[in-house]
Design a protein. Structure first.
Length: 118
């Protein structure tokens, strides 16, 4: 599956931003989807994930209440709504696809830069 992330940009602290990730190539509903991010000089970290049916969602503890992951299987797209953004949320955000039942992400998008100014 090919993944194309978009929606990143420059936003002021406290503002919202919504990322999108469009999938193509294979049956989107066969995959659990996730968002991960990597800040400069830091390791990539988990942000959120969602099951193929949207029944289950998971978040990094530090992001609960500010970020919301969702998906539209008809549009083959997964979203990350980010609210109350902080400068420490500045990172490259990646979407990733994991085959249902697999323990790791097999497919990655190219990343989209999010910069939060103070």
């Amino acid at each position: 599956v090919q993944l194309q992330a978009s929606g990143g940009g420059l936003v002021r602290a406290g503002g919202p931003l919504r990322l999108s990730c469009a999938a193509s190539g294979r049956t989107f509903s066969n995959y659990a989807m996730g968002w991960l991010r990597q800040a400069p000089g830091k390791e990539r970290e988990f942000v959120a994930s969602i099951s193929w049916s949207s029944i289950s969602t998971y978040y990094a503890d530090s992001l609960k209440g500010r970020f919301t992951i969702s998906r539209d299987n008809m549009k083959n797209t997964v979203y990350l709504q980010m609210n109350s953004l902080k400068p420490e949320d500045t990172a490259v955000y990646y979407c990733a696809a994991r085959v249902v039942g697999s323990a790791s992400y097999s497919y990655w998008g190219q990343g989209t830069q999010v910069t939060v100014s103070s």
